[in-house]
Design a protein around this ligand. Structure first.
Ligand SMILES: NC(=O)C1=CN([C@@H]2O[C@H](COP(=O)(O)OP(=O)(O)OC[C@H]3O[C@@H](n4cnc5c(N)ncnc54)[C@H](O)[C@@H]3O)[C@@H](O)[C@H]2O)C=CC1
Ligand SMILES: O=P(O)(O)OC[C@H]1O[C@](O)(CO)[C@@H](O)[C@@H]1O
Length: 383
């Protein structure tokens, strides 16, 4: 049986990427630090993926097992020897932490065989696989680096499926939305995986996804949080916020249409389809999940700041994006480590310095001025 190694046995790992591999005839070895999940995968050897619909259709996912990358390093290295694919869905901030072990696995592999291995990071981040590759290279000697060509391939990808936090503690089963899209950038002919779409240029796909699905989601999450809402669908039922989301997506849309020559009517359809996905009540998707990690989400290349700076450069409107950035700056959820760190930074150094440090926005840039203007207005509104 073909084999694949997937780092991150969480929501996207089990509910999306691992499930597609299993359905394509692969044995999936999940690598994670969550001991309970690893034990259950090894004991139960399967789990159910349940669709967030009124019928709640389920699919059984077979041929799965687990390894703990903290306590079973040798076994992970061995699994990498046998795999055709190595994927991750672990969170962008975790990629540097798993890179040393992947590097060990790759070193052993290229010194003992010529079979091709395809590495794909499935994270909400532009160029996540390139970033992972650079971390891996830091842990390889020149001789090993020289052997990667033609053996180890690194492909960027875009992943789109809403998988909320699961409220079935103790079960491996995962509730997912029906829709999914996994786009992988390569011009190589690679072993087929059901549901994987191959493209030669990922940029329009990942930007369209990140600056529509993720920007829209972030606006709902941050404004929902500020107005005391619990879930995404509940927030979108608030007409004022729904209008604000539309206005923000018009701004990212204008940039995407200009940048990639998208058809305006098609793009409007794409936006509307996404808004329908967000309204799914069966997902019960918490605003605090979608808002998680505000420091990462306020990064210069991420879903809020990049479209704002690109729109500004292109002479397009960005005031609604500035409002979204301002709302993210006000996210003070006390169970989110990044939110707490962000609030401490704002308290100590002020918003302008935080925008400079985290978002790489110049002090007196037009975008910075507009964000501060929106931040002050929002602060008054939520008082
Ligand atoms: N949940 C969703 O709807 C979507 C998530 N994504 C992306 O997928 C990635 C994963 O997200 P989720 O699955 O939602 O998160 P999650 O929190 O459900 O899963 C992450 C998994 O990584 C594991 N992990 C954390 N640190 C680790 C380490 N050092 N070594 C090994 N495993 C470690 C955790 O134990 C957890 O099982 C993120 O980059 C996210 O942006 C992308 C599209 C959709
Ligand atoms: O996973 P992140 O990057 O923290 O952001 C949450 C976002 O990811 C998703 O879970 C999947 O795209 C979206 O639901 C949401 O926009």
């Amino acid at each position: 049986m073909k084999k694949t190694v997937h780092f991150g046995a969480g929501n996207i790992g089990r509910g999306f990427i691992g499930a597609l591999f299993s359905q394509s005839g692969y044995h999936v070895t999940f690598v994670d630090i969550a001991e309970q999940i690893i034990n259950q995968l090894n004991e139960e050897k399967s789990y159910q993926v349940k669709l967030a619909t009124d019928k709640g259709e389920t699919t059984k996912i077979n041929n799965v097992s687990g390894l703990n990358n903290m306590t079973q390093e040798n076994e992970v290295v061995e699994a990498i020897q046998q795999a055709t694919y190595l994927t991750t869905a672990i969170g962008p901030n975790i990629l540097p932490r798993i890179a040393p072990l992947i590097a060990r696995g790759l070193k052993e592999r290229v010194n003992s065989q010529n079979e091709k291995l395809y590495v794909i990071a499935c994270e909400n981040q532009i160029g996540a696989t390139d970033i992972l590759r650079n971390h891996i290279l830091e842990h390889l000697d020149d001789e090993t680096k020289g052997k990667l060509d033609g053996r180890i391939y690194f492909f960027n990808s875009a992943v789109d499926r809403i998988v909320p936090i699961q409220d079935n503690k103790g079960s491996l089963d995962v509730l997912v939305e029906t829709y999914y899209e996994w786009v992988v950038e390569t011009s190589e002919i690679i072993p087929e995986v059901q549901g994987m779409k191959i493209v030669e240029d990922l940029a329009p796909y990942i930007e369209r996804k990140l600056f529509t699905v993720n920007t829209g989601h972030a606006v709902i999450a941050y404004l929902g949080y500020l107005s005391g809402k619990s879930t995404i669908d509940q927030t979108l039922a608030d007409e004022k916020i729904a209008k604000q989301v539309q206005e923000t997506l018009k701004e990212t849309g204008a940039y995407l249409i200009k940048q990639y020559g998208l058809d305006e009517a098609e793009h409007t359809k794409y936006i509307n389809k996404i808004l329908e996905r967000f309204k799914n009540p069966y997902l019960n998707d918490a605003v605090t999940r979608v808002a998680r990690g505000p420091i990462r989400k306020l990064g210069p290349e991420d879903r809020l700041v990049r479209p704002a700076t690109e729109a500004q450069k292109a002479g397009l409107s960005y005031s609604n994006l500035a409002k979204a950035i301002a709302a993210a700056l006000l996210f003070d959820f006390n169970e989110d480590e990044e939110a707490q760190k962000l609030q401490a930074m704002i308290k100590e150094n002020g918003v302008m310095n935080v925008l400079k440090e985290i978002s790489k926005l110049e002090e007196n840039s037009e975008v910075t001025k507009e964000v501060i203007n929106q931040y002050e207005k929002l602060q008054q509104e939520v008082k």
